[in-house]
Design a protein around this ligand. Sequence first.
Ligand code: MN
Ligand code: MN
Length: 473
Amino acid sequence: MAKTARKRRTEPSLRRIELKNLWSIYSEKDTKSVFAFAEDYKKFISSCKTERESYVYFSEMSKKSGWEFFGKAGKGTKKVLIGNRDRALAVVYLGKKGIENGFRLVGAHIDAPRLDLKQKPFFEDSNIALMKTHYYGGIKKYQWVSRPLAIHGIAVLENGKKVKIEMGEDDNDPVFVIPDLLPHLAKNVQYTKTLPDIITGEQLNVIAGQKEVRNEKSKAKLVEFLLGLLNKKYGIKEEDFVSADLEIVPADKARDAGFDRTFVGAYGQDDRICGYTAWKAVEGLKEQPDYTSIAFLIDKEEIGSDGPTGAQSSWLLDIIVKLLAFTGRKNDFAQINDVLSRSEAISADVNAAVNPMFKEVHEINNAAISGYGVVLTKFTGSGGKYSTNEATAEFTARIRGIFNKARVHWQFAELGKIDEGGGGTIAKYLSKWGMNTIDCGPGLLGMHSPYEVVSKADLWETFRAYRAFFENK
Ligand code: MN
Ligand code: MN
């Protein structure tokens, strides 16, 4: 039994929001937990650079903790995985209360901005064999030149066989480079242009090789040599690239950043940081939750959530139908609607932490500060709150209450100054089904760049926030 506490003097009516540098309030034990959590996270974010790789990671790791894929899971199983085309995954922990009482969902996207290989990528110019790319998501193109890149993905043969291709990650692997223009000759071609045109989409061509086929009258000797090499190594031919998902991503590994190691630098943290913390929150639940808890790991957010693996698809309904049937419930239209209206969702996505070098894009009272904790965002969108889910005051109060009760360190922020720009998340696609939904995730520095930075404190508090949401009764 706890010692009777002396009655605390509180003046709630006058207490203003006070944010603190979390490193100044963490105990030694807290700090240890934060750093240990970041070590595992770095391993994940270094090794999972595509949605497919994240899918494999989350499903394999879940299986180790007792999860089974729907279809294989026996009656009475509480831990069920539902997959969608190897690119999106629902990690479901069935609650003590039946699913008809609604579920708790934390939805994060596991795709990230990158360069996709074009379907006919090969050409040669100036005695160099090159591969053409088509950028995916919102990138600043100039950030992708003159840096080591790796290739990740699969080519699917006519017979359906999948050939995995990964090159550029091992220290002994070659990397891929898009060479920038030297400053000496950039005066007219680059310095006179505005930033989006300094490097164009069609200039994002990756060096692939130089050896050529000998004793042949072929016009494309370099490309032919390259195709021979790829055929020998992977057993694929030129046409197989038409049916391939090959992604060019930064070859860097996640590293600690700063003398005191308080930050993590890594590619693809938007939004795999939320994917990881959402998954970790479900996977780590000590006991069966009251409400069915779902880590909803979705694809295609960076290009508008379209397609069958994106949040605009009806896949969520399919999940509910399956879960209702699996637990022996009716799964008619009325029931599905009922489940949705009783459910609650966190749209788990990153926000923009204030970058000290570009403070003017924020309104500081309503901006995310790195190291102050997970960020609660009532709405995203742009202009006069266009194209967004705005969480109701009631639901925002409920989530704030859950976080405060669990002593989660959180802050409130909008995405930048009014009319400065804007952006969206899957929140509006989750809420369109009738679920109360709110945006919540860590603030990043250098978001959408090849090397995004996060405070380990914010990483930790994000995990704690999602866990508190799932554990709430
Ligand atoms: Mn995102
Ligand atoms: Mn993004």
